[in-house]
Ligand binder design. Structure first.
Ligand code: GLN
Length: 569
């Protein structure tokens, strides 16, 4: 096993995850197989119960994990599906150790911080890395955090076990340029290195994140004061898009230097042609579309948090680059839309398309429904993601089918028309399978209605064909984590994270009035609706899934592509 440990210096949020994912992408381009593990030193078992304001978006894996959003970057950059076990938290590590102790697995020994905690960390990393040429281990937080210590200790212990030649450390640090000085300062990074040295870790590379490129004088300073060869100080100034980072690191010959450090050579010549082209399109699209995202306004104190829906932003960026257009996202606060006297037409004028993303709870719901009605009335391209599908059904039930007071029971448990409701039989099934407490989580297959808008979207990108091949393969893998159910005809796979469903008691009435249910998942004889569309409109579609979790630069999510295509028209 070869390990690349990525650590952060000074403060968080400087792109450690993107650097880790970019290194992975480079090595993949060189012909190596790469996987990645994210360590989150918090005590939460996983990110499932965390508010988006705490830690950004909750990322959902095929096997139903609700984990850290950095795993999303790994999947997007590496083009692989990672299992939930690739996200390790302090909570999980202790939970396993204590459980083992209760089961008597330590044979009466004293169970201690050392060696039992680092051993469990190492066991998990080895399990994740088995069969790969490289495992990238990103340690969350910042060097010097108390809670990082057991993980650093485990890495040192790997060094001893695997040999120093098989472990490489990359410190991603920030070099501030204080305005009043106008000079880039390396001192905080020197101190971060010193702090790492105290744990016995000597970084092989320093990634110099900054507002501008680091010059040779400052590279030299890091060499002199922190003993890291200046050729291993890699310049990484701010970029327009995260997809530029692998190219930026390649410019500094980072991949070659890493391979050299491992005593390896390229197996294959990298081909960045497609990647370069997509990056160029993101940076200067031929035209820009304005997309309104109707959601909760996510703030922390005086600051807006843009990370909470990162996968949707990314999926839009991928789809836009595919079409050689740009998508400029504007957040529209749904609570504002529901205020009496708000002119929806004015609020939504000038947008080429509207998205209602996933969400929980009842705040701002009526504002979202008003926006959906506006799209339906005015034929504005609309894409509903999970809650966005549910509310489109509610809107249609109320305003087209005449079901007054129709709602989701999540929002109004007393509604006379629960068009969206929990399916008790499904919850019982989920509980029995021990996947999630009561939510539909992870990958589910859906059968698609031939020739529907959704069917065409998935067919065009080749995704349907690929998903069907995957389903064929899964048939021979009984232990797989995918929920395939009883499929028929053409099908696809997407990830889910929700509790409520279209109520089967209402599907007939809704269909009669024009909603087309163009995709479904059948399990134990029960049909769960996965997609809706209104064929009379240019693009009006909703999905119960979260297609944003499977979108990448070179494999964009089909519904996002068709949504933007319609918006562009
Ligand atoms: N709150 C809704 C549900 O639980 C939708 C969830 C979502 O949008 N991810 O079904």
């Amino acid at each position: 096993m070869r390990i690349i440990v990525v650590l952060g210096g000074i403060f968080s949020g400087i792109g450690k995850g993107i650097v880790a994912a970019s290194i992975g992408r480079i090595l993949k381009e060189y012909g190596y197989s790469v996987t990645a593990v994210k360590i989150d030193p918090y005590i939460n078992f996983d990110a499932g119960t965390m508010r988006p304001t705490e830690h950004g978006e909750v990322w959902v894996t095929d096997d139903g994990g609700e984990i850290d959003q950095d795993l999303g970057n790994y999947e997007r950059f590496l083009g692989i599906s990672l299992p939930k076990g690739n996200n390790i938290t302090t909570g999980q590590v202790y939970w396993h150790v204590i459980r083992n102790e209760r089961k008597g697995r330590y044979l009466g020994k004293t169970v201690q911080f050392i060696p039992h905690i680092p051993n469990e960390i190492k066991r998990r990393i080895a399990e994740a890395g088995a069969g790969y040429d490289f495992v990238i281990v990103e340690i969350g937080g910042v060097v010097g955090d108390y809670e990082n210590l057991p993980f650093l200790f485990a890495m040192r212990s790997f060094e001893v076990e695997l040999g120093r030649n098989n472990v490489v450390y990359v410190l991603v640090s920030y070099m501030p340029v204080p305005e009043h000085l106008g000079e880039m300062k390396t001192k905080p990074t020197q101190q971060a290195i010193r702090m790492l040295n105290e744990s016995g870790i000597f970084p092989d590379f320093v990634i110099a994140r900054a507002s501008m490129p680091i010059d040779s004088v400052r590279k030299q300073k890091i060499e002199t004061y922190a003993n890291i060869g200046s050729e291993n100080v890699i310049s990484a100034p701010d970029v327009d898009t995260v997809y530029e980072v692998p190219l930026q690191l390649e410019n500094e010959r980072m991949g070659e230097k890493i391979l050299h450090r491992f005593g390896l050579q390229q197996i294959k010549k990298p081909d960045w042609t497609e990647w370069n082209q997509m990056v160029a399109r993101i940076k200067s699209p031929s035209r820009k579309l304005r997309i309104a995202m109707i959601g909760k306004y996510i703030t922390s104190g005086d600051f807006e948090l843009t990370d909470s829906y990162i996968s949707i932003n990314q999926a839009l960026e991928h789809a836009a680059a595919t079409l050689d257009i740009g998508a400029e996202i504007t957040w529209v606060d749904s609570t504002r839309l529901e205020k009496i006297g708000t002119d929806i037409a004015k609020e939504l004028s000038g947008f080429h398309g509207v998205i209602v993303p996933g969400g929980f709870g009842s705040s701002g719901i009526e504002g979202k429904i008003a926006a959906i009605k506006y799209c339906r009335d005015n034929d504005i391209p609309y894409l509903g993601l999970c809650l966005g599908l549910q509310l489109a059904v509610v809107e249609y039930a109320r305003n087209v089918c005449g079901l007054m007071g129709a709602n989701s029971t999540e929002i109004d448990p007393q509604t006379p028309h629960p068009v969206i409701d929990v399916q008790k039989s499904q919850v019982a099934l989920i509980k029995k399978s021990k996947y999630g407490a009561s939510m539909r989580l992870g990958a589910y297959a859906a059968s698609l209605m031939k020739n529907s808008l959704v069917w065409h979207s998935y067919k065009k990108t080749g995704r349907m064909e690929r998903d069907m091949r995957l389903i064929e393969k899964l048939k021979n893998d009984p232990g797989n984590a995918f929920r395939i159910g009883d499929i028929s005809g053409d099908c696809i796979i997407e990830r889910h994270r929700h509790r409520y469903e279209v109520n089967p008691k209402y599907t007939e009435a809704l269909s009669k009035e024009g909603i087309v249910f163009s995709g479904w998942h059948v399990r134990n004889g029960e049909k769960l609706m996965e997609f809706i569309e209104l064929p009379k409109l240019r693009f009006f579609a909703g999905t119960q899934a979260h297609p944003e979790f499977k979108s990448s630069l070179t494999d964009p999510a089909p519904l996002f592509v068709e949504f933007l295509r319609a918006a562009g028209e």
